[in-house]
Design a protein around this ligand. Structure first.
Ligand code: ADP
Ligand code: ASP
Ligand code: MG
Length: 813
């Protein structure tokens, strides 16, 4: 004998019921079957709503009941070719009876749990009648039986406990006394010793099926639903869930207990006791394998089997010095909760015994507070313990799998992953079976947490990176282009799914959770909301997406102001903008410390030498124990370009303008020509070498006449032209000595300086062409011959590539 249970969505419409009949027909070909039917999807909720509306004294229940009736009648009309008056009459008389019941409730303005059970029972009764009639109409004769006459429970209405001795006796008696090839039962409902209707808890039809399966020693229990089995996470939360093909009873129990709604938690117990396998199947894709739940499962390579979560959790903490070493406090706490009929979901206790923390359903929090404070009234009065602390809006996140005990590091990986994403863990619990690790986190983080963990444990290393870009100038544009063209490569080779989810310019921001269209973002942003940078970063925090990376390709100080709050939320910051790393030392240090503290990254490789790997190389040297003694560098692609191209035949201003047109200068070329930009870069290198230094500590031997520094950029060009003799003088002076001009930054003996120098043909920098940069590091290991990094040090493409590399680095660490 097989037991098949069909859930609410499987009987939610005439089409679905047709599928159900097909599945039963097939099952009956090889075996006799007992079928358990839920209410049509949504019916139980509507019945409760009808009861509540009557209790409030309004007559809204009439419409609700009429909608329920209509829905069933529509299904009947679709299902049966000729009017099936028997079922139709049954539905109509049922609705009438419900109306009478609700009218009674409305009059006395009271809805007891007992009456509510009676109201709720109609959903299963009617749906199972319809299915039974449809089976008969299709030639599948069957015995319909009201489960209330078989399943005996206590009188705990809404959540009744089964009296298994009586129930098993009745079920066996019924099956023995009414032999049939096919039985149909309504799920969810039962009755107490007085004959009053009880129910087995929301989702309880699964349990009905398990009770029947165990009582008759069925060969298999099949749970037919709207998904192809148990998934590695809730499919409504996580996109790339995988179906679990095999799972043990205990794992399934843990997963369902911690929120995998696909089976009702008590379901497993009766079938596990009898060793009856459970198969979860999809009514709408009946060929799919589904999930097989058994005592032992074939081992799969994953460390864990699934990730689940339950929302609306309240955490109760009982604390106080009076608890230490004195036995009985926890017993009294749990007794008090149990007397108040409060179910404890999770417990943790600190080893100092100074506090006990339990998680319960949020709806019970007020009763819990009253019950526990009353229990410990005396101890609270004498100050031995604190009044019960009650904190709400939490969720429990659980990682489940028998394999966990065979693998070390599961919890480490779990907590590191959550930490990297700024998810605070309020409490943790691990059962001694090592089958479950649970963490209590804030409900606002739960979606992000489940997704991040799922990615970490199930996605073959595939990781989604959510990138936000501020600044859509030349570098920003090139970066987006590179991200677009490299998308597939990153996914194939690095298993990174880099998604640009937000872009902003100085006026507007475009935010698209599923990823911005990288072909059309320029036009799309013109229609986006006006938004300040601060609002843009606030919405990054608000969205709370996993693996978020913020990229600053602006030159704006306002954007830099937002870094601390982003880092504090574990959003990594990639700065092409040099302002942060070159601001006061204290600020630079704070940003680095914040990144460390919150598990985020703060990278700014392109601050020096554009895409050249300068800062990273320096970091590698220091991490491996080397020490930087001296630095010499040509760090301005702009100045290098200008002095390489200036030969006295053209005006100096013309060469500067050419550099600007080619995109080699800052928007205000004076930042380059005054040496400020070079000074910032050497400052960053010296800081990254481990020294404390401020801008004012750098000697800047400028070559621009004072007058060039005032006014607008246009004024600047005019002044350059007026001072052309000055520049020609500099050039000719050097040429006459067979020297060339280079703008050099250096750090030696604890001092940094920048300035124009005349160098000979043997100098390391003599052959630097075009816009090249070069950095020489003299270290303990590279003492005679320096470590040289050299190459193009300006240009949108190389800079964007450097930012790109930082994004990848941030994603992988
Ligand atoms: P039924 O009405 O058939 O009893 P339920 O709605 O009770 O169906 O349970 C099926 C639903 O459970 C699925 O549609 C899915 O959204 C949800 N669910 C939650 N967690 C999981 C999980 N880990 N695996 C599969 N489904 C899950
Ligand atoms: N109809 C009931 C409910 O919605 C039982 C079930 O569907 O399993 O809770
Ligand atoms: Mg269900």
């Amino acid at each position: 004998m097989k037991v098949l249970k069909f859930g609410g969505s499987s009987v939610g419409s005439a089409d679905a019921i047709d599928k159900v009949v097909g599945i039963i027909r097939k099952a009956c070909e090889t075996d006799s079957c007992a079928v358990v039917i839920s209410a049509m999807q949504g019916t139980t909720d509507s019945l409760i709503e009808a009861g509540r509306s009557a209790e409030r004294g309004d007559d809204g229940y009439i419409e609700i009941l009429s909608n329920i009736g209509e829905r069933h009648i529509d299904a009947i009309q679709e299902l049966f070719e000729t009017d099936n008056t028997v079922v139709m009459d049954f539905v109509e008389s049922t609705i009438k009876e419900l109306e009478n019941l609700c009218e009674g409730v409305r009059l006395i303005r009271e809805l007891s749990a007992k009456t509510l059970d009676r109201i709720m029972s109609f959903g299963e009764i009617v749906a199972s009648r319809i299915v039974a009639a449809k089976l008969s109409a299709g030639g599948l004769e069957n015995n319909w039986k009201d489960s209330r006459l078989l399943i005996r429970t206590d009188s705990n209405h809404g959540f009744a406990a089964v009296d298994f001795t009586e129930t098993n006796r009745r079920i066996k008696g019924y099956f023995d006394g009414s032999p049939s090839k096919l039985y149909v039962f309504p799920g969810f409902i039962s009755s107490d010793a007085g004959g009053y209707t009880t129910t087995l808890g929301r989702g309880g039809s699964d349990y009905t099926a398990a009770i029947i399966a165990a009582a008759i020693n069925a060969d298999v229990l099949e749970i037919w639903t709207d998904v192809s089995g148990m998934m590695t996470a809730d499919p409504r939360f996580v996109r790339n869930v995988r179906q679990i093909s095999h799972i043990t009873y205990r794992e399934a129990m843990e997963l369902s207990h911690f929120g995998a709604k696909v089976i009702y938690p008590p379901t497993i117990q009766p079938v596990m006791a009898k060793g009856i396998p459970v198969l979860i199947k999809n009514t709408f894709a009946s060929e799919d394998h589904g999930t097989l739940i058994e005592a032992e499962s074939v081992s799969e390579k994953e460390m864990i089997r699934g990730i689940t979560s339950i929302d609306e959790i309240t955490v109760l903490s009982l604390e106080g010095s009076g608890m230490v070493g004195i036995p009985g406090f926890s017993k009294r706490l749990f007794d008090a909760l149990s007397r108040a009929a409060i179910n404890v979901i999770l417990i943790t206790q600190s080893s100092s015994e100074h506090s006990i923390c339990v998680a319960i359903e949020q709806k019970c929090s007020e009763i819990a507070k009253l019950a526990v404070d009353l229990e410990f009234e005396h101890e609270i009065n004498v100050g031995k313990i604190e009044p019960l602390k009650v904190e709400s809006d939490f969720s429990i996140l659980a990682l489940v799998g028998d394999n966990m005990k065979a693998h070390t590091g599961v919890s480490g990986k779990m907590f590191t992953t959550l930490g990297h994403n700024g998810i605070n863990i309020h409490a943790i619990a691990q059962g001694s079976s090592e089958r479950n690790i649970s963490a209590i986190i804030s409900s606002k983080d739960v979606r992000k947490a489940v997704n991040t963990l799922h990615e970490e444990f199930f996605s073959d290393g595939n990781k989604q990176i959510n990138v936000f870009i501020a600044g859509l100038g030349t570098v920003g544009g090139r970066l987006i282009e590179q991200l677009r063209t490299q998308h597939q490569h990153l996914s194939n080779e690095l298993r990174l799914n880099v998604r640009v989810v937000g872009v902003a310019n100085s006026k507007r921001a475009l935010l698209v959770n599923d990823g911005i269209e990288l072909e059309s973002y320029r036009s799309d942003i013109t229609e986006a909301d006006e938004m300040t940078v601060a609002a843009f970063t606030d919405s990054i925090i608000e969205q709370n997406l996993r693996n978020s990376v913020f990229v600053d390709v602006t030159a704006s100080p306002d954007v830099v102001e937002t870094y601390p709050k982003l880092l504090a939320k574990s959003v990594s910051v990639i700065a092409c903008n040099k302002i942060a790393a070159s601001s006061e030392y204290e600020k630079y240090l704070q940003l680095k410390a914040a990144a460390r503290e919150f598990g985020a990254n703060f990278f700014f490789e392109t601050n020096v030498g554009a895409g050249l790997p300068v800062i990273n190389t320096l970091g590698d040297l220091l991490r491996s124990g080397d020490k930087v003694n001296r630095i010499e560098a040509v760090l301005s692609g702009t100045l290098n370009f200008v002095f390489n191209n200036y030969d006295g035949t053209r005006k100096f201003a013309e060469v500067v303008r050419q550099a600007q047109d080619k995109g080699y200068t800052e928007p205000d070329p004076r930042l380059d020509l005054s040496g400020t930009d070079v000074a910032r870069k050497i400052l960053i290198l010296v800081r990254e070498s481990g020294h404390v230094i401020e801008m004012d500590d750098i000697t800047n031997a400028g070559f621009l006449p004072e007058s060039c520094l005032a006014g607008t950029v246009d004024d600047f060009y005019t002044e350059l032209e007026r001072n052309d003799d000055h520049f020609r003088g500099l050039f000719e002076n050097a040429r006459n000595k067979h020297l060339t001009l280079k703008y050099i930054a250096s750090f030696d003996d604890g001092k940094a300086s920048v300035g124009l120098q005349s160098i000979g043909p043997d100098h390391n920098f003599a052959n630097l062409s075009g816009k090249d940069n070069a950095v020489l590091f003299y270290t303990n290991r590279y003492s005679e011959q320096p470590l040289v990094i050299k190459g193009a040090g300006a240009g949108a493409d190389v800079t964007a590539a450097g930012v790109f590399a930082d994004i990848i680095r941030a994603s992988r660490s």
